[in-house]
Ligand binder design. Sequence first.
Ligand code: UGA
Length: 455
Amino acid sequence: MKITIIGAGYVGLVSSACFAELGNHVVCVERDALRVAQLQSGEVPLHEPGLQELVARNLAAGRLAFATDVALGVRHAQVLFIAVGTPMAADGSADLTQVLEVAHAVGRHVSRFLVVANKSTVPVGTAQRVHDAIAQGLAARQLARVPAFAVASNPEFLKEGAAVEDFMRPDRVVIGVPEGRAGERAAGLLRRAYAPFNRNRERMVVMDVKSAELAKYAANALLATKISFMNDMAALADAVGADIEQVRRGIGSDRRIGYDFIYAGLGYGGSCFPKDVAALCHTARGAGQRLRVVEAVQAVNDAQAGRFVQRLLQHFGGSLAGRVIALWGLTFKPGTDDVREAPSRILVRRLVAAGARVQAHDPLVHSLEQLMAGDPPARRARLAPHVAFCAGPLQAAQGADALVIATEWKIYRSPDFAALRRALRAPVIFDGRNLFDPAELGRQGFFYQGVGRGQ
Ligand code: UGA
């Protein structure tokens, strides 16, 4: 099939490479010319396991091409996927500027039946707006024969760090199509595009467009709910002297609950959960329907990293003036170089504000520019004298008054505790990811605090 993907972010790029790998002819359109040039030479500007190889192989095979020209992409496609950014606007809503720009371009250039499928996470009702924008563009052209089109919703459920695997082995493929002839044709073409995943069992879940749009948010909000629930429960565990890790083990084996997404920690980060939860609350309020559970999920998450710092401050009598804090892990989760909405950003700001000097280590983040990308340069400049980036975990711990763990990278899971104790000025660990057994760390001579470990 001939497929166009608009956007070479991580969703667009992974989808492009994977659809090409399945034998389709894929054009991936990206407005950033520099990024396109990089990609054309086989260089993948983001860290995603397996992606580099897929891009190189399919470029070489001539099944994958990159371009900046949307018109070319529209003319190429039988199915065009929109995978552009939908950043959070100041009021918590999703900013649809880029999505609608694509719709206008489709209206200007489409010349035969086209399925426009939205992969970007967009509020309920967006497909209709995309439809209207395309129709408007077509009307302005005053064509003798107006090509038919359908706008479908095809939300993605890819996890960063496992996106290729998630794409190639989906739990389900959600497709929302409009009623009528164009919708049926769209469902047919999308079924064809995803047919390779349907061999063993039916993975396509076809529904109306609005339900598909809401399903995406409902999935992320429910996962976020599990996390905030556990973080709330962790606060109670601390208050009553229970251990949230034991609680987790005690509930996860119930298949209705499951072991996934019940780890207490520093709160969820990344480019999806915080933005999607906020956008869902915004959509609900706009529809006159407050989502009280999801609003509470957001409130718990917003407070989580701060609560952790508060306990560290308490330990040091309220001030970190003259203290050195080692910080292990900066990305929002392991296996990615993404620091968007990472709790570590809050930690760094709060620790420095409390007077500390931070010695940070992360396998993939090596500078303040990387860590604080998107922040005002003035803020970065204020932090710069107080934050050092170290080559290894032990170097970061050298001379520090405490070690803080913010991301559960594998290399932090079994440190040489004797060497760590020697490196630290005081054997104090504040673990935001509950990597260790408190009793064992006590035996090793550490003062150890996790999240919800009953201290
Ligand atoms: C998430 C979803 O898992 C994907 O299904 C979805 O497609 C994607 O958002 C999206 O909407 O694009 P992702 O943001 O890559 O994927 O990250 P997750 O692995 O889901 O982790 C999210 C955050 O939750 C991380 O900060 C992680 O540390 C935190 N988390 C996760 C916990 O604090 N506890 C847990 O038990 C699990």
